[in-house]
Design a protein around this ligand. Structure first.
Ligand code: KDG
Length: 339
């Protein structure tokens, strides 16, 4: 529930790498320890969701599983943390789907530009058969996918000019996530994409190595990107899910009962996280403007033009992933839209 604001609040003030212990739980008494790390900071709803996961798991195992939480890439970037999961030197991480596609290429489909029309449709497809099918594929990569959380619709910021239409991308040096589809789509729009780990982004913008970046509003505001960026556009070009990942070796070593507990906790904390995230993404635009960013609203026509330009890239990746599977995704989206 939302009653642990105090704990969240004090956790976000902490200077150290570890959050304060959940009351009543003594790490020394635990049989299992989960080290959980994310790239975003402790202000982000993703971290609040992680604290919720910690609380549920520690309570339901009576402290027998202890969860240590890390934020701001303290344990590494998305790729490094996933590799640590494979080696079982870290137990949990929650990356965007984009870098996950470097391990299981089918995940690329969720990053197709303008794929999901809204969050509700995304929830239904991700939490349904299609989403499950992809989570299952992670096991060959020594990871277990327990749930989808939400990063959200990605928007554009830059330090050069207002971006209103497709032409405005021309020549902008943009940091992208480490994902080939993202790279090719932004190239197609005329930008100069530079893949980079999230932890290096702020400095890259500050030093002018890149002109801009794209992320959901919550990240843009809560990571104080307004300090180094002047223009924001609500492009909403990609819906970015998070995947809650656990080391397969660690998961397999848990008693059945604990496997169920961590799985249910990932889903339950995910529901809480999605709620928090949606609130943040709704509320923060005014705050961003107050911080001095110039806000540009992108029209549906301009979005449609962007979509048309990147369509050949989408088609290419659909071929690569398998058009049968991609068609199933489109079909699931259509069905969800009817509900
Ligand atoms: O905690 C998640 C981050 O590590 C990352 O996935 C955020 O969307 C993201 C980005 O732009 O790298």
């Amino acid at each position: 529930g939302g009653e642990e604001t105090d704990e969240n609040g004090s956790a976000s003030e902490g200077e150290g790498t570890e959050t304060e212990e959940t009351e009543g739980n003594d790490a020394a008494d635990a049989t299992y320890t989960i080290e959980a790390g994310i790239g975003l900071n402790n202000e982000h709803p993703q971290y609040k969701g992680l604290l919720e996961f910690k609380e549920i798991v520690e309570e339901e195992t009576d402290g027998d599983i202890h969860v240590k939480t890390y934020h701001s890439s303290q344990l590494g970037d998305d790729r490094e943390m996933m590799e640590s999961l494979q080696l079982n030197t870290q137990e949990v991480t929650i990356p965007s789907t984009a870098p996950v596609a470097n391990f299981v290429e089918e995940f690329t489909v969720f990053d197709f530009p303008f794929l999901f029309p809204n969050e509700q449709v995304a929830d239904e497809v991700l939490d349904g058969e299609i989403g499950d099918q992809l989570l299952d594929k992670l096991e060959d990569e020594e990871m277990v996918g327990l749930a989808y959380w939400e990063n959200g619709f990605r928007d554009l910021t830059n330090s050069k000019r207002p971006v209103e239409s497709a032409e405005d991308f021309e020549g902008l040096t943009l940091r992208t996530m480490e994902n080939d589809l993202h790279l090719d789509a932004f190239s197609e729009l005329g930008a100069n994409p530079t893949p980079m780990a999230f932890g290096e982004l702020f400095t890259a913008m500050q030093q002018g190595t890149v002109d801009g970046q794209e992320n959901p509003l919550a990240t843009i505001y809560l990571e104080s990107f307004y300090e180094v960026q002047d223009y924001y556009s609500d492009t909403h070009h990609v819906y970015s899910p998070f995947v809650f990942l656990m080391s397969k070796q660690f998961y397999d070593g848990l008693p059945d009962e604990y496997q169920t507990i961590v799985e249910d906790a990932a889903v339950e904390a995910g529901e809480f996280q999605r709620e928090q995230n949606r609130e943040a993404n709704e509320e923060l635009l005014a705050d961003l403007e107050e911080e001095g960013m110039e806000i540009t609203e992108v029209s549906d026509e301009d979005r449609a033009e962007m979509a048309e330009i990147v369509q050949p890239v989408i088609d290419e990746y659909a071929e690569e992933i398998g058009t049968d599977f991609v068609d199933k995704v489109y079909q699931a989206i259509e069905e969800a839209e009817e509900n």
